[in-house]
Design a protein. Sequence first.
Length: 276
Amino acid sequence: MNNLTYYINGQFIKSKDAKIAFQDGGFQRGNAIFESIRFRNNTLFHVKKHLQRLRYGLNYLEFNLEKKDKELIDLMVLTINKNSLKSGILNLMVSSNFDINNPLNSIINLYISIREIKSIDHEPVKVIFLNEWDFPILRFRNSIKINSYAGNIKGLVTAKKKNAFDAVFFNQEKQITEATMRNIFFIKNELIITPPLSLGILPGITRNLILELCGEHGYDYKEKIIKFDEIGDMDEAFLTSSSYGVIPCYWKGWLNQNKKTKKIKKLLDNKLLKEV
């Protein structure tokens, strides 16, 4: 959609007129954090969990955002209401202005934007695997969703050039970590497996929801190291994100059985429907 309405530092502005100041630290140095929250009508899915992760990042980066959670939720809902988009993704970003001569004199910026979710043409989607050593992936505090996504974006562009939906990274020890902007799960002999947070991956909101659903419905699951040379032995695989929920995937030379994944996808969809 064209010319959406965004919120920028106290003002609602049309997207074509939206501007970010040059001194914004998120623009200059990636000194910003963000959350991407799925919405339908006026419902923000799992907004409290998103704000909890945001607060952790704000505290760690020492960003003094004066607005309380209720104020943020009210602003997000108001932003949705100022647009005709009934469902999509809302991006909430907080940054700090940067002055190399006076880094303690920081001004906090608050941005809220929305976008539609592009439908996936067919599932499962194709993924490729990339060595994250070749990409500037930042892993230092996995609970903080910071703006420094240069390596992730390069990985996604590489995937698109190879006609893939996304790329999945592995580290120097050949351990599977995560996709460019999504978590990954595997299924082997009915056991649902996902890489552990100790690898520095993002604790995705949807990732955590899947683990909760597995526990609620008696599905066996485990967070464990998955080596690159083990992926061919898996029965199923899927990506997770706030935008799309569960996305079955495959890679060249391996086909997804996509049986249990369908059940998990339905469980998640039903859970989200109850929130509307």
